[in-house]
Design a binder for this molecule. Sequence first.
Ligand SMILES: [Zn+2]
Length: 335
Amino acid sequence: MKEEIKRLTLPRICAHPDAPNGCGKIIRAHTIQMRGGLSALAEADHVMELLLDDGVLHKVPKGIRVASTFEGFCKAHDGTLFAPVETRQRHIDLIALYLFAFRALAYSRHRKAIALERVARYRRLDAGFPLWAQARFQRRILAMQVGSTRSAADLAAMKNRLDRMYRSGNYSGFHAAGWLFSELLPLAYSGAFYPEYDFRGVPLQRLGHGDASFEILCATLTPWNGMTLLVLAWIGEPDGPAERYVRSFQALADDQKANAAMHAGFEDQENLIMRPSWWNNLPTAAREALEAMRMAGTEAGSNKTPRDLNNAQPTLSAAAVKAIYHFSGANPESG
Ligand SMILES: [Zn+2]
């Protein structure tokens, strides 16, 4: 049963806002584009993937054709939807940042759907245990199931809103910020997460308490024209957790931002792609610290503790900020 759970990769459905209309075959869609993205980090056509799967941290060299992929889009829609950020004349505007956010959200929603399926199967793993052990096991699994169900529902709700924006062309309520760093960072990521603490370690929202809706941030760190672009995007209340998270990043000194963005990846992102020699040449202590950061807050790691990411150690980058972008969607009918 454990093997069966590990192999579970459902669901294989296309995340395009129009799906299933116009869908083709489901493919392994990249969360970081291959050409100019993964290829910029690759050595001998391979990148290093740091993927936490089922409580185990996997560090695997992956060919750029399969690295960072998930079976979440069909071939037809993956090509057309992301063309504005993957073809040659691309530029950074509201739609470009929306597309990065959409892909990050689609990835996390897909991963959460798998997690939810797995947890449902875990509930049968205690068959044959003594009654006291079954009770303890079921209590633990139930907590996981409640958490996964909640975040799957929040991700689905945000996906519905982004779908409606795309279909109507009305992006009001969508907010995005981007920072272009002056050099290529050795790290990339794409995913959606609940911001629990801001960049200075200030609490933003307490998960697992009460019924208030939690805000989600979509984050993407990707090579962009030989440099690296960070995109943070959200739908939320003015002065809400997501907006305050972004503001705390903006408030960091410019020479701290790339370093903080890299640390934030190890804190919050499930889908981390690295240049292999960068990772392999890090001092052992630094590598272990980053792995522990990645594991914190998961079933198999220590508790997550708030950290001040200003001047975060180990120092991973001192890249400067070359450009800053802010977009908020407007209702086209309001002019
Ligand atoms: Zn499709």
